[in-house]
Design a protein around this ligand. Structure first.
Ligand code: ADP
Ligand code: MG
Length: 342
């Protein structure tokens, strides 16, 4: 990280009456980082973004942008721009004028404005549709206009609040790639809000997982996925098998709560014997065909119901419903979880 972070939040808190939407958040985001805030609906992500943009004032705590305290600065005095989920394009203006609007407000002359707007449109590959009205565009194209409109002002950081939420899956995946490319091309900080864990894992340099107004865990996608610190993160980021203290004692021979990812488990007819591995006996209750893989649901005799993800290989030894199997794992794939509230 460079010395002065792009964004530094210190003790940031926002109350709405008796609801604490954001609860003492401390966070530093580096210049040029693709940073995501991931969490369920109502966990405070939008409120944090609005506090950074200046659309709301914190109850306590501070917001610094590039080393400057902007906690009480107006939105237009902050070197950031926001892309909202609903785009909010002006329906009566064509694409070029929509993108150039912010420059016009700043008093830029028409020719210069058009040139800058065309450049921003070219960056999202929409320069050929500059004369169209928003109603004449597809959802993905409207989203790209909204991106061009936010980047034309050349902010040092772009705030994106679930910008792909309104798009269908295929288009969303395509736009994810474009967003990543745009960020690399512009070289500016992106702060991306989403409730979609897969989207956050795909795009981000680092992710803050929000729960109830607090950051539950902060890390790279790999760290969050491989080493979830809490039951909440293990459950929210990907699929996890959770072992309660009682089950951990019986099956893992360890104290505390643990989690194991479905793809780290293997099934066999015999117990595992390799050093550093353990196994448990159970009964197959469900096999779900996923195309690229098969998910088996297994009731362990001495443990919980667990999920095992097998790759769809030409194995032949398919375990059917009601069959008895050995579930095996490597000790190093067992992740210790912090008790709740620590
Ligand atoms: P997210 O974006 O993660 O879904 P929000 O930041 O929108 O979460 O909301 C966090 C909490 O704050 C929720 O309980 C929400 O109901 C509450 N909240 C957000 N904005 C307001 C507001 N203007 N007035 C009252 N409560 C609000
Ligand atoms: Mg939100």
């Amino acid at each position: 990280m460079s010395e002065v972070p792009a964004i530094r939040l210190t003790g940031l808190t926002k109350d709405f009456g008796s609801v604490t939407a954001v609860d003492h958040v401390d966070l530093e985001i580096a210049e040029g980082e693709f940073f995501s805030m991931l969490g369920p609906s109502g966990s405070g992500k939008t409120t944090v973004l609005r506090l950074i943009a200046g659309f709301a004032r914190p109850t306590s705590g501070t917001v610094e942008l590039f080393g400057e305290d902007v906690t009480n600065a107006a939105p237009f005095d902050r070197d950031v721009n926001t892309v909202f989920q609903d785009y909010a394009l002006f329906p009566h203006m064509n694409v070029l004028d929509n993108v150039g609007y912010g420059l016009r407000v700043r008093g830029m002359k028409r020719a210069a404005r058009h040139e800058r707007a065309m450049r921003a449109l070219a960056a999202v590959r929409l320069d050929h549709l500059a004369a169209r009205k928003p109603a004449e565009l597809s959802g993905g194209q409207r989203q790209r206009v909204a991106l061009a409109r936010a980047t034309v002002l050349e902010p040092k950081a772009l705030l994106l609040d679930e910008p792909l939420g309104a798009l269908d899956l295929k288009l969303r995946q395509q736009m994810q790639v474009e967003l990543k490319q745009l960020q690399r091309q512009l070289g500016i900080t992106f702060i991306f809000v989403t409730h979609d864990q897969e989207e956050a894992l795909t795009l981000s340099d680092r992710i803050a997982v929000f729960n109830d107004g607090r950051i539950e865990q902060l890390g790279t996608p790999r760290e969050l996925y491989e080493r979830p610190a809490s039951r909440f993160v293990a459950d929210f980021v990907g699929t996890s098998n959770l072992f309660s203290a009682e089950h951990a004692r019986a099956l893992l021979g360890r104290e505390g709560e643990y989690s194991v990812r479905p793809e780290k488990l293997t099934l066999s007819r015999e117990p595992a014997t390799a050093s550093g591995t353990r196994s448990a006996v159970g009964t197959v209750v469900e096999s779900i065909y996923l195309g690229s893989g098969i998910r088996r649901v297994i009731d362990l005799d001495a443990g919980p119901r667990i999920s095992v993800l097998e790759r769809n290989e030409r194995s032949g030894a398919a375990q059917g419903h009601g069959e008895r199997v050995h579930v095996s794992w490597h000790d190093e794939d067992v992740v210790a979880l912090m008790p709740p509230g620590t």
